[in-house]
Ligand binder design. Structure first.
Ligand code: NAD
Length: 485
């Protein structure tokens, strides 16, 4: 018997208005995990109106920041309680080893909820001295108000963590939300909505509508009562959303893709660097926005480094993601597997040297082996976001060339620098154009640190104080201070 799950609107589970459902499938086993509502424009309209009602007339708009913080602390406790269950839901939807979300996504989500809970009563304005207005003194001050109803459109790669990256700060700021999870991995967002109810958030503050991006996602972007769209996903869909929501002058935040460099200098601790680079490209089967998919290595080390990386790739145990000793599961879907295999054959056609992995369709399920190429930065495999476990190792002759190659991409999300020189690390941190630079470690995300991209990697920042302020609007009030009446 397949479990059925409806949308979550105004604190209740509801079916799609036309009764249609869609299947959620485990890509490692082809098992059907659940049937969820396949939403319609009518469902989205109902959800947005529920969010708007809470924002404008509900108990939510009367809560103080301290009370919102208290609810977020409670939600953090409940997520911590359900860590295993949530991690298993996410892992099953995308064929990922169960230990990975337990290790990273869930602790990060709990930490983000607590961090934002702490900000909820610290959203402050300023008083700004001015010379006065036409000779009369004035008092000017600012306040920060919730931006309004938020539409959060989510990807499948780290579904729960990214949902919380949007949910926690927007609730801290006093907004309400309709979450639109990805078609592949909607289950943890539905569970989160239930936890919000259990924590005591009034019904309608957090709503979830499942369904197709072009239908319910689009409706969310153009709905007149939605004030902000916060999107994480591909640059292609980001561009569509910038057109649909942006042209209606809604606030739009975009967390998009990457082709992040990991730059290895000759003075680096090489074993640490090669292990770090392997983690940076093979974690979550490379389906990570910050995946370090271009590995730039000083010419003097190139061959040895690439061989060692290929050895590590070959030793990674790929298979049933529920087995304890498996380090890499399947990709998230058949489409994703076809996309990655397409890039691997393109790399071979472009003349890149294949050192390990490659196309192997012998396993049932959507598996791709960790793959290492040696190539150059002009190749498609070095320019396009593959979003799979495929590394391209590229040589450079000196620091200037490393910086030039690192920046020779349309993306600018993250970069890792492997070096023992402090000055070089700071020079590279200054000169590489990316939203997050890591020195001698890969993608150290943290609830307190802002996250987001430059260039085609996105607009805006999530997490930390910047993430909370992104869900507020600044208002200025000026009062004329006449002499005594
Ligand atoms: P995707 O763009 O295919 O889908 C993302 C979401 O957009 C889904 O919920 C989908 O249903 C919805 N959508 C699709 N068409 C839409 C439309 N016309 N209008 C409104 N919504 C629509 O992305 P994905 O495959 O789920 O995720 C992978 C991508 O996400 C990669 O490019 C990756 O780099 C990026 N990503 C970025 C970050 C970051 O923080 N920068 C984090 C995770 C993933």
């Amino acid at each position: 018997m397949i479990e059925k799950k409806g949308h979550y609107i105004a604190g209740r589970e509801v079916e799609a208005s036309d009764g249609k459902t869609m299947r959620v499938i485990n890509p490692a086993t082809d098992e059907v995990l659940a049937e969820v509502a396949q939403g319609t424009a009518v469902d989205m309209d109902t959800a947005v109106k529920a969010a708007y009602a809470q924002l404008t007339q509900g108990a939510w708009q009367r809560l103080s920041g301290e009370d919102r913080g208290r609810l977020l602390y409670k939600l953090a406790e409940l997520v911590e309680r359900d860590t295993g269950r949530i991690a298993d839901l996410d892992a099953a939807c995308i064929g990922r080893p169960r230990q990975e979300p337990r290790l990273l996504d869930l602790p990060n989500a709990v930490s983000t909820l607590r961090n934002c809970a702490g900000w909820a009563d610290k959203i402050e304005g300023r008083t700004i001295p001015t010379p006065g207005y036409m000779g009369t003194p004035t008092l000017s001050y600012t306040s920060r108000e919730p931006v309004g109803v938020v539409g959060a459109i989510l990807p499948w790669n780290t579904p729960f963590m990214i949902t919380v990256w949007k949910l926690a700060p927007l609730l801290a700021a006093g907004c309400t939300v309709v979450l639109k999870p990805s078609e592949e991995a909607p289950l943890s967002a539905l569970h989160l909505a239930r936890l919000c109810q259990e924590a005591g958030f009034p019904g309608g503050v957090v709503n979830v509508v499942t369904g197709l991006g072009e239908v319910v996602g689009h409706e969310l972007c153009v709905h007149p009562l939605v004030d902000k769209i916060s999107f994480t996903g591909s640059p292609e869909v980001g561009r569509i959303i910038q057109g649909s929501a942006g042209s209606l002058f809604k606030h739009v935040a975009l967390e998009l893709g990457g082709k992040s460099p990991q730059i290895v200098f000759e003075d680096a601790d090489l074993e640490r660097a090669v292990q770090g680079c392997a983690l940076g490209i093979f974690f979550n089967s490379g389906q990570v926005c910050a995946a370090g998919s271009r590995i730039l290595v000083h010419h003097s080390l190139l061959n040895d480094f690439a061989q060692r990386l290929a050895e590590i790739a070959g030793s990674i145990k790929v298979g049933d993601p529920t087995a304890d000793d498996v380090q890499m599961g399947s990709l998230a879907s058949r489409t994703q597997q076809e996309r990655v295999n397409h890039y691997i054959s393109q790399g071979i056609k472009e003349g890149a040297q294949l050192l390990s992995g490659g196309i192997d369709e012998s396993m049932r399920g959507c598996f791709v082996k960790p793959t290492v190429f040696v190539g150059d930065n002009g190749m498609n495999i070095a320019q396009e976001e593959i979003f799979g476990p495929v590394a391209t190792v590229i040589g450079f002759k000196d620091e200037a060339e490393a910086i030039r190659i690192a920046n020779d991409t349309r993306y600018g999300l993250a970069a890792t620098i492997w070096t023992s020189s402090l000055s070089r690390a700071h020079r590279l941190a200054r000169d590489v154009k990316a939203g997050a630079i890591a020195v001698n470690c890969w993608a150290p995300i943290d609830a307190r640190l802002p996250w987001g991209g430059m260039k085609s990697s996105g607009l805006g920042r999530e997490c930390g104080l910047a993430g909370v302020l992104a869900y507020t609007e600044e208002k200025v009030v000026t009062v004329l201070m006449d002499e005594a009446d």
